[in-house]
Design a protein around this ligand. Sequence first.
Ligand SMILES: [Zn+2]
Ligand SMILES: [Zn+2]
Length: 291
Amino acid sequence: MTSLASEMFCRVDRVCRHLPVALNTFLVFSITGEVSYLVLVEAPLEADLKKTQWSAWWKLVHLLAQYFMLGNICWNALLFLRTSPSIKGVFLGGEGVGQGWRYCYSCETHTPPRCSHCYDCKVCVLRRDHHCVFFGQCVGFRNYRYFLSCLLFMWSGLLYATLMNAEVFIVILKEGVTVHSVLLLLIPWIMLVSGQVSARAFAFAFIADTCVVGFLLVSAFFFFHLFLLFRGQTTREWYSSRRPYNLGLQGNLRCTLGHRWYLSWLCPLIPSPLPGDGINFKVTGSLEPTQ
Ligand SMILES: [Zn+2]
Ligand SMILES: [Zn+2]
């Protein structure tokens, strides 16, 4: 009975771990599908709002931009998930510990500076930033590039989708700010279940809402990580007010995005080897908290 319960718990745990990735994938593809539909079928939604019909070329430019962003989001997400940032399989240099090294009792090994144990991944992670609940994996030395690029294209994609969906808001609110239109935008699910709106109106309102909320959320994450990138800090170092590994703007960009930092964000397939090994870091400031 106990083993059955533990097996059930393991299965539920596994499903819960994959749920955010599945939900995000569903949302990303739904939003892309909706904006493609807006470009191909509904653009312009109201002929009198836009003076001219969109030409085939202009629609093609929009579609190419959308699928470029979608491709980058998916590819970076895939590479992020497939690139383990942990110490597994990494030669840490024997027992020759130096300044900043610690002993991890869970992994039973000495670990280098900036490395810390993740209790979700159950392993120590090199240059650990944080455990990303949306991907169910840690962000560390080897996969930070893919995490940042994915955030960049999610941010630009959601900005684009929000602007495209502005017309949906205009159409919904065109007849005036009524209780019906406000409720459709605020609680589309309840309006659908109670039979107040059609499935089509619900789908547009739901996706438009998701774009706005997603854009605000991703903006906060994206600009926070840009701020950390420019300062050469990890989220953990920012929490503890330490900034000992700052190499200047260009040095920090190179350490995170690799030698081809000026190109690597454009496509995850552009080779951009990271300087260093994730074990040894040049110390340029005090290892003690600055406050
Ligand atoms: Zn550990
Ligand atoms: Zn983790």
